[in-house]
Design a protein around this ligand. Structure first.
Ligand code: HSE
Length: 309
């Protein structure tokens, strides 16, 4: 086989209280990447989308991820990536993770699936580091594994898939760019013991709520006293989005990844659609362009769509 096309999903990292340790995959939007095996060592990138991302592999998230994978390959081969991205870079729904994870899963397929999912996460994280200036797997892991994942430890890598009931997700993506590296820079370096206790109680509550299908507990646990108070100032109308979404029936939610997207979880599709209406009303008043998505937490990560050769 010489060519594989994959669909790589958007992801929501942090899930409010789990900064850098929790994330989930969305059913949509998804990026598409075609990866071809070549006879030359190295990576070539062809952009078929309009995002003008760098084509030098060392400066490109997908390129760096594939170079990390190639480092572990003895054969004299390389890869060509054809990028058809939908997920806008800087959106907060895992655009860079979709790029890094999508191409390593595709390349692994071309190599007879010789690498484990954990190894693929390691390669993809090298790409993610280019975008955010730090290694974190809370978008990469759900993008590869699907569902909700907990990254208990990065070194050594310890990824835990969390069982959960069906949940609907409403995302609003204000058309402003927040660079993850900037959104990380502004965070305080220390947290008080009081806030740490609240935060780890919420993380434990959220995991227990998901595993017990206790929707009330999930809702109560979607609280972030550490990161959200700092980052939410970058998102126009954040407080109103939250208030109006909860009034419309959302269980709760907050900033998706490092923003500017905001997500809300709902128990029913109908509620998620009502939340979308409420979010649109808030943003119509603010006058900032936006997109919305209603999706489910997807059990699937990167999917191979077509194979050739
Ligand atoms: N955990 C990361 C952050 C996710 O919040 O900076 C970035 O998408």
């Amino acid at each position: 086989m010489n060519e594989v096309t994959v669909s790589s999903p958007a992801t929501v990292a942090n899930v409010v209280c789990g900064f850098d340790i929790l994330g989930f995959a969305l059913a949509e939007p998804c990026d598409s990447f075609t990866v071809r095996k070549t006879g030359r060592r190295g990576v070539t990138i062809i952009n078929k989308d309009n995002y003008n991302l760098p084509t030098e592999p060392e400066k490109n998230v997908s390129g760096v991820a594939l170079l990390a994978l190639l480092n572990e390959v003895k054969e004299e081969i390389g890869f060509e990536i054809e990028s058809n991205k939908i997920i806008k870079p800087g959106s907060g729904i895992g655009s860079s993770a979709a790029s890094a994870a999508g191409v390593v899963v595709a390349a692994n397929h071309l190599l007879g699936n010789r690498f484990s999912q954990e190894q693929l996460v390691e390669f993809a994280m090298c790409g993610e580091e280019v975008a955010s200036g730090a290694k974190h797997a809370d978008n990469i892991a759900p993008c590869i594994y699907g569902g909700i994942t907990l990254i208990r430890s990065l070194n050594p890598l310890d990824i835990v898939s969390i069982p959960a009931p069906e949940l609907f997700v409403t995302v609003i993506h204000p058309q402003i760019e927040v660079k993850t590296s900037d959104a990380r820079q502004i965070l305080k370096r220390n947290v008080s013991l009081k806030n740490a206790i609240t935060q780890w109680a919420n993380v434990a509550g959220l995991i227990a709520g998901l595993m017990k299908s206790d929707y009330e507990l999930i809702g109560r646990s979607l609280e972030d006293v550490i990161v959200e108070p700092v980052r939410s100032i970058l998102i126009p109308g954040f407080d109103e989005l939250k208030t109006r979404s909860k009034e419309a029936g959302a269980l709760g939610g907050g900033i998706s990844g490092s923003g500017p997207s905001v997500f809300m979880l709902s128990r029913e599709l109908k509620t998620a659609q009502q939340v979308e209406v409420a979010m649109k009303e808030v943003y119509a008043k603010i006058g900032v362009e936006f997109h919305t998505h209603v999706s489910v937490i997807s059990k699937q990560g990167v999917q191979v769509k077509t194979k050739k050769g």
